[in-house]
Design a protein around this ligand. Structure first.
Ligand code: GTP
Ligand code: MG
Length: 454
């Protein structure tokens, strides 16, 4: 089958180490979307090549123009190879290179069947950034994975990324964004980058998004941490060893109100939060991001449990105060029934476990949530108690959204210690799940039946 591809050479830059990085845009590839309808897409891929052979005068490159992996099966876009020969002077005149390549392609080199290209040079430089053209309606959603972690989490990060790549992303090529309150080491970046060919970025969190804000009374916060750290009567498993620390509280506040404001996440709409050391048990043969997009979903979850009330003693009163002051933001047909058994009088402690989230960041960036988060933040409960991002996100989703805007991803076999869900029956077989289907979070501990009953 003859591929039909219009190619616009966007930019070519010479990266360090003498490698030539070529960024191309594949435009208007006709494809068939899995649900059957036709559309036109624009795709951007970063292509990295290295010289096949070089002499003082000429350098020969093999260039691979590749449609996104997700397209290969369904579309008439596929990969192409072309051979270009550039004089070394041309390398210096970077701006001339697109013209040369364009001419080469225009002369018909593209249609030749050429040998497979050399393997891409991996991850140099480490921070690659995918620019999506305006008005892009590509097959892939405007989405990314996001991982908040420390350099010391490397082993667990590799474990999570490897599973996600093998079980899902190697077919789709969604980008990864890693965030840390300290710079990632070269070693960390190199090891993680080795696991994926997708666009991958490593970012440091701005200090003002991470540290305790100045309006927090440090003496009061310190006393709260000391009390909670000493409290043997109430065992608090999440972040147990950090119960008495401000780092854990910084993390909860950052995940509640800041991750989606990070520069590296600003270009994206949808995200899938991945934590180090979690398990993805099954193959995923569809794209949950485009599922969210096409079904107008805002928030996707997988496990729902009860919060430890000693970490959020005044949270619900604060939420009620917010709702009283901002009634116009609260739709009637929201999901209050998920978080309250008495029409909002008290909080039943149910929350979606936020270590797994597939969501629309525009919801967090929007007016309602921004006002909600700011209101909570000013009350200081992230530091005077230990408000977690899970109850904060879940309460927001429940007061601002309708059930139809949320999605239970029951088919994604998943474990974060100590709970898991394992798909059943045909899903389990078809998706090659490695979990024991009889091992599932106990119904008595799960809040999902409440969501299902809404
Ligand atoms: N960069 C950075 N990441 C952190 C820090 N603390 C936690 N994280 C990350 O934030 C996420 C949540 O932290 P966890 O310690 O897993 O918190 P948890 O899931 O509530 O509690 P656990 O039961 O301990 O898993 C993980 O992705 C961590 O790697 C920190 O101080 N710095
Ligand atoms: Mg965790």
């Amino acid at each position: 089958m003859t591929p039909e591809i219009n190619i616009t050479i966007a930019t070519m830059v010479v990266s360090h180490g003498g490698d030539l990085t070529i960024r191309t845009q594949l435009q208007e590839c006709e494809f068939y979307y899995p649900t059957g309808y036709r559309s036109f897409v624009s795709l951007t891929r970063n292509l990295l090549t290295r010289p096949v052979q070089s002499s003082p005068v000429d350098i020969e490159y093999r260039v691979r123009l590749k449609a996104n992996p997700a397209l290969r099966k369904q579309s008439r876009c596929t990969s192409q190879s072309a051979m270009i020969r550039l004089s070394s002077r041309a390398l210096v005149a970077v701006l001339a290179i697109p013209i040369v390549l364009y001419l080469v392609l225009a002369l018909g080199f593209l249609s030749r069947s050429l040998p497979e290209p050399v393997l891409p040079v991996k991850n140099s430089p480490y921070n690659k950034h995918l620019e999506r053209p305006n008005g892009d309606t590509s097959l892939l959603a405007n989405a990314t994975f996001v991982v908040l972690c420390r350099n010391s989490d490397l082993g667990d990060v590799l474990w999570s990324v490897q599973q996600m790549e093998d079980r899902f992303n190697k077919q789709f090529g969604y980008p990864w964004v890693f965030l840390n309150d300290e710079p990632f080491t070269e070693g960390f970046q190199e090891r993680v980058s080795a696991l994926t060919d997708a666009t991958i970025s490593f970012g440091t969190i701005p200090r003002e998004h991470w540290v305790q804000p100045e309006w927090i009374d440090e003496d009061r916060a310190q006393e709260a941490r000391r009390q909670m750290g000493m409290d043997r009567a109430h065992f608090i498993p999440y972040g147990a060893i950090f119960t008495a620390s401000d780092r854990y509280r910084n993390m909860c506040r950052f995940n509640s109100g800041f991750f989606f404001r990070h520069d590296l996440l600003k270009p994206y709409k949808y995200y899938w939060r991945v934590e180090p050391g979690v398990r993805f048990f099954c193959d995923l043969d569809y794209d949950p991001f485009t599922f969210m997009e096409h079904n107008n979903k805002t928030y996707g979850f997988n496990i729902g449990i009860y919060e430890y009330k000693f970490t959020i003693l005044t949270l619900w009163d604060t939420v009620k105060e917010f709702m009283r002051e901002n009634p116009e933001l609260i739709p009637e047909d929201n999901m209050m029934g998920f978080i309250s058994d008495d029409a909002g009088e008290t909080y039943n402690l149910c929350h979606f476990w936020s270590n797994f989230e597939i969501g629309d960041m525009d919801f967090w960036r929007g007016d309602a949530y921004t006002r909600f988060f700011d209101f909570l933040d000013k009350k200081g409960g992230f530091y005077y108690e230990r408000w977690g991002d899970a109850p904060v996100h879940s309460i927001a989703a429940s007061i601002f959204l309708r059930k139809e805007q949320t999605q239970f991803f029951s088919d994604i076999g998943y474990r974060h210690e100590p709970f898991q869900i394992c798909p059943q029956g045909e899903d389990w077989t078809k998706r090659r799940c490695s979990c024991d289907p009889t091992v599932n979070i106990d119904k008595s501990m799960s809040c999902i039946p409440r969501w299902e009953g809404l």
